[in-house]
Unconditional design. Structure first.
Length: 93
């Protein structure tokens, strides 16, 4: 059995490649969709492989990556919302 950081990398890489393959097969490959799919994979794999009782060093370092990913996700959501809203509404702020 591989150490947890190695298993984490393998599972995350598998998730990322599966999301990339899914987007290619659906012919909707966009950087934003790939990023969101990878972020979801990062969160799922992190939750499944993190021990309950103790936080290893690799998990503490991973929290910074997760925080950065969530900030970029927030930016993507705000940008998409502003694309959908009418121009008059966005100019009133």
């Amino acid at each position: 059995m591989a150490p947890k950081p190695h298993r984490f990398v393998r599972y995350f890489l598998a998730w990322t490649l599966a999301s990339l393959l899914g987007l290619v097969l659906l012919d909707s490959l966009e950087l934003e969709l790939f990023f969101v799919g990878s972020l979801i994979g990062l969160l799922v794999v992190t939750e499944l492989l993190t021990p309950i009782n103790l936080r290893p060093a690799w998990h503490r370092r991973l929290q910074w990556v997760i925080a950065l990913g969530l900030a970029v996700f927030g930016y993507i959501v705000v940008r998409r919302i502003l694309e959908i809203l009418p121009v008059e509404f966005t100019l009133s702020f």
